[in-house]
Write a protein that binds this ligand. Structure first.
Ligand code: SF4
Length: 327
């Protein structure tokens, strides 16, 4: 018997019982649930403005991992993407880690599997594997070091000379590390679809419109090598270092060359200065899957739990701890 009409009726009844909350109601429910559950909300710099606004901490992957490592909350709501929630779960196996939308993945993390790393290592048995934090827990478990854009240069510099370094998965960040360290790396040819699509032409157009603005460029961007040919002394910035630099710089305006959400963070933390996104289409749809509604539902139902198998977590912990120790 076809029971679809019955299910549709049931759904309609439920919707009547559970009317949509207004934004004010959502905010007040999130505050109440956060208190009751002893929860902390950690949000990445690329999150929607309204999600950044409710977070206990907003930052980059390194800052968020550090917050996750030191929190005494029982529940961590991760307003970010899946690999970030996995990292929090590895650092806090006894806590409940929630990702409000489990579909929030990462195109860069998807370019590399644990089997890819094992095959790569088999070809370079004496090599050290350095992976960007934007990788799955399975991949981290195969690595010697984990890095963020904020400490990749320092970590590669600290490695013994003469040992092959297998760097994955972002080829633009790898090129930046090669330039800064003078070291030749064996590079996995991955990229993030958002940063890869930021082209030199976008930077040129933004500079023409805002000739006095300083450039804040993330090393993952597809335009970074091209821009450095023109401005070899230009410093590239992790998202955290963009905030510090914008505060300290004498410039009054900046073109922000990374994902769009970073403009929200800069406007909030560096008031009085102007921040222009390089390209309004530089928007990560995975990051934007997290909304006030699904943060509320996740806190209410403890849904979207992210866990990592014990054995994988144990092996991934060492490279993550190395990442947290430096930078
Ligand atoms: S912006 Fe790129 S690297 Fe960051 S989460 Fe989105 S797809 Fe991944």
């Amino acid at each position: 018997m076809n029971d679809i009409p019955a299910r549709q009726n049931e759904h309609a009844n439920l919707m009547q019982l559970r009317p949509m909350l207004t934004q004010d109601e959502l905010l007040s429910e999130i505050s109440r649930l956060r208190r009751e559950r002893n929860a902390v909300i950690l949000a990445h710099n690329y999150q929607r403005p309204e999600v950044q606004a409710i977070a206990d901490y907003v930052g980059d992957s390194l800052g968020l991992s550090r917050q996750a490592a030191r929190t005494d909350a029982d529940v961590i709501v991760f307003a970010g993407v899946h690999f970030m929630a996995e990292t929090a779960a590895i650092l806090n196996p006894e806590k409940t880690v929630l990702l409000p939308d489990l579909r929030a993945g990462c195109s860069l993390a998807d370019t590399l599997t644990a089997q890819d790393v094992r095959d790569w290592k088999a070809r370079h048995p004496d090599g050290l594997v350095v992976v960007y934090v934007n990788t799955t827990a399975d991949v981290k478990a195969e690595a010697d070091y984990c890095v963020t854009s904020g400490n990749a240069v320092q970590i590669v510099q600290s490695l013994p000379q003469g040992v092959p370094v297998l760097f994955a998965p972002d080829r633009f960040l790898a090129a930046h590390v090669e330039r800064q360290t003078g070291r030749t790396l064996d590079i996995w040819q991955g990229a993030c679809h958002v940063h890869e699509a930021i082209l030199p032409a976008h930077v040129d157009a933004a500079r023409a419109l805002h000739p006095d603005a300083e450039l804040l460029i993330h090393p993952e961007c597809g335009c970074s090598s091209h821009v450095l040919q023109e401005f070899p002394d230009l410093r590239l910035h992790s998202t955290e270092s963009m905030v510090t630099h914008a505060r300290e710089s004498s410039a009054a305006s900046f073109v922000v060359v990374t994902e769009l959400g970073m403009v929200t963070r800069l406007e909030r933390d560096v008031p009085g200065k102007t921040f222009v996104p390089v390209n309004r289409t530089a928007c990560c749809e995975y990051m934007k899957m997290i909304t006030l509604e699904n943060v509320y539902e996740s806190l209410r139902d403890l849904s979207g739990r992210v866990t990592v198998p014990h054995d994988t977590a144990l092996r991934a912990l060492l490279p993550i701890e190395r990442m947290l120790a430096i930078g």
